[in-house]
Write a protein that binds this ligand. Structure first.
Ligand code: GYE
Length: 345
């Protein structure tokens, strides 16, 4: 299918799903929380002890600096930790699990009061999390989940519902092509292999499009959430597949890299190839406002305030929900344009 009669008009329409974290200046509706017993190991424990200056010591292992989303997330965590008066020990894992495991072990050795991290992939955390538990140091997951069966290994998981994000991307696409008479060829740029957002965004999307036989994913490959990889993989997609109709990229950065490849191939992003991404960081929103990205599902990176609140609650021995999901709103095209200038990330 190569004619987008409706698409010309739709190219300019950008609807953005806004995660309202209930914090950080977002005009949000707060966070939804599922209550379950907490696994508070450190109430009355070593709070403030490790810093030697009475400050709470928070060890944070970050995934890396792979995307605009990640940079905004790091800034949020650093700013919120400073505002909370915590001593933050921050470690960048450069997208490598082994570096995160090393960082967590070093936080244990330094007797951090709380350890938080955003796990690059879902699997393989049980041993190091057990070590933290044995040392009596509570662990909080932010942004990405782990697949550990023993959920007592961490206090809570604060972050987005990535399956729902994938569904939102799929629902929009189904709506656009509901009257299509011919097959619609979709290519997919997946996030980091084995990461929660890559797994879930793929599953949510597939779940929604599977009932529409015309919607066909003809190629799907990882672009590791980076612009450079997104561009490289899109180039190979364009060489291997004629008449690609749709690109679904698991984040803005890969979509932005792919746009470069699409333009270099003499095609018009947003028209010749319909583009859907996830995140809604400033560069993605700009491309959307220009009509190069047709639809963005937003994922809010401003998790810092919620994390610091959870740290305080855990250390105070309060019950905290086992899962804290940030809620979402939507923007029409006009609203998206209106917020672009004030977009902080
Ligand atoms: O979508 C992507 C980043 O884990 C939600 O990681 C995060 C994802 C985000 O690299 O841009």
């Amino acid at each position: 299918m190569k004619s987008f009669t409706k698409m010309g008009a739709l190219a300019a329409i950008v609807t953005v799903m806004l995660f309202s974290a209930g914090c950080g200046g977002n005009n949000g509706t707060g966070s939804s929380q599922t209550n379950a017993p907490t696994n508070n190991q450190s109430a009355g424990g070593n709070q403030g002890g490790a810093a030697g200056n009475g400050k709470v010591v928070l060890g944070f292992s970050q995934v890396g600096a792979e995307s605009g989303w990640r940079t905004a997330n790091t800034d949020s965590i650093k700013e919120s930790a400073a505002e909370a008066g915590f001593e933050l020990k921050f470690s960048d894992a450069q997208q490598k699990q082994e570096n995160q495991i090393k960082a967590i072990r070093s936080f244990i050795q330094q007797k951090a009061d709380v350890i938080a991290f955003s796990p690059v992939v879902e699997s393989g955390w049980d041993t190091v999390l057990q070590e933290a538990k044995d040392a009596g140091i509570p662990v909080i997951l932010t942004d990405r989940a782990v697949d550990s069966q023993d959920t007592s290994l961490y206090e809570t998981f604060i972050g987005s519902d990535f399956v729902e994000e994938g569904r939102r991307a799929g629902k929009w696409l189904v709506e656009q092509f509901k009257d299509a008479a011919e097959p619609v060829k979709i290519v997919e740029l997946q996030g980091t292999t084995g990461s929660a957002p890559a797994i879930d965004r793929k599953n949510g999307f597939e779940e929604v499009i599977k009932d529409n036989a015309n919607l066909q994913i003809v190629a799907s490959q990882t672009g590791d959430f980076t612009r450079a990889k997104g561009k490289e993989v899109m180039q190979s997609f364009l060489q291997a597949h004629k008449d690609i109709d749709v690109l679904y990229a698991h984040n803005d950065d890969m979509g932005l890299g792919a746009i470069q490849a699409i333009e270099a191939a003499g095609l018009v992003p947003g028209k010749d190839i319909i583009i859907i991404t996830v995140d809604a960081v400033k560069d993605g929103m700009t491309a959307a406002a220009e009509g190069k990205i047709n639809f963005i599902v937003e994922c809010n990176p401003l998790l810092g305030p919620q994390l610091m609140q959870a740290v305080n609650d855990v250390l105070a021995g309060k019950e905290i929900p086992r899962r804290i999901v940030t809620e979402e709103g939507t923007f029409t095209s006009e609203e998206a344009k209106a917020v672009l200038a004030d977009r902080k990330y």
